[in-house]
Design a protein around this ligand. Structure first.
Ligand code: ADP
Ligand code: MG
Length: 262
């Protein structure tokens, strides 16, 4: 399936044609927080192997979008399917969804009272029933891959922010996810640590991981993303390949936003 081409109606010629079959599909998704209409008729398809950067002003609904995909938030109407199946609402199916769609947050969210190794081991044992010895071996491989194997015995607080975020990535990868969601993964980091995290993410992208990445890091978008999705006020306003989006945005709202961050 991976080499199939999905012919989707594209808004413009500039929209690249993604490869891979649809993995995450949002169809007419609406979400309110009380009177606030936070996602407005969002249609979005993420194809297998695709890296999509989501960008937009603060409060535009980017985090909510990620959280609905992982069912950390429910939606009011519309549908979300992952690999052809509707999002489960509870129980074992929901745990499987959370394993299938790994999430990395701005604030790392590691278990503070566990070691780095335990952080990457626990989910495998508890949610997937992996034997502890095998889980530890997988965890050490992943910690190696993200460059923090030498920190395995420490507590998260003893690590730098960049190291903690790489542990968080390893923890999500340990569940062997089909896709990874990143919500501003470098926003809480000191500048000198941003690249060590982005480099890991670029590596994942090159290895073919399906990724949805909320970030304003244009360097990452240019290096790794096939598509940029621009959100404003709960709507997907514009989609394009990174080069087109950053150099020739079509909408006034995107131009206005970019003029503020560039
Ligand atoms: P972004 O990630 O783009 O900054 P969010 O998805 O976090 O935007 O938030 C979108 C809007 O929804 C904002 O106005 C925010 O204040 C509001 N919001 C987010 N989470 C909640 C919540 N749990 N309850 C009420 N309002 C919320
Ligand atoms: Mg956010």
């Amino acid at each position: 399936m991976a080499d199939s081409i999905t012919a989707e109606p594209s808004p413009t010629d500039a929209t690249p044609r993604p490869t891979g079959d649809p993995l995450i599909v949002l169809d007419h998704v609406d979400k309110h927080f009380g009177a606030l209409h936070v996602l407005r008729d969002v249609d979005l398809t993420i194809h297998r192997g695709e890296v999509v950067v989501v960008i937009g002003p603060s409060g535009s609904g980017k985090s909510t979008l990620c959280r609905t995909i992982n069912r950390l938030e429910t939606i009011d109407s519309g549908t979300i399917t992952i690999d052809g199946k509707p999002l489960p609402s509870e129980g074992r199916e929901l745990a499987r969804l959370r394993a299938d769609v790994g999430m990395v947050f701005q604030s790392f969210n590691l278990f503070a009272h566990k070691t780095v190794l335990e952080n990457v081991t626990l989910g495998q044992v508890k949610a997937k029933g992996v034997r502890p010895a095998e889980a530890r071996a997988t965890a050490m491989d992943l910690l190696e891959r993200v460059g923090v194997a030498d920190q395995a015995a420490k507590r998260p607080a003893q690590l730098s922010g960049g190291q903690q975020q790489r542990v968080a990535i390893a923890r999500a990868l340990a569940m062997k996810p089909k896709a990874m969601l990143f919500d501003e993964p470098t926003s809480a980091l000191d500048p000198e640590m941003i690249n060590e995290v982005l480099d890991v993410m670029v590596g994942l992208a090159h290895d073919g991981m399906t990724m949805v990445v909320v970030t304003h890091e244009m360097g990452f978008a240019r290096r790794a993303a096939q598509r940029v999705v621009f959100m404003d006020a709960g709507q997907v306003v514009e989609e394009a390949d990174p080069e087109t989006f950053f150099t020739a945005p079509r909408s006034e709202r995107a131009r206005d936003f970019l003029s503020k961050i560039l």
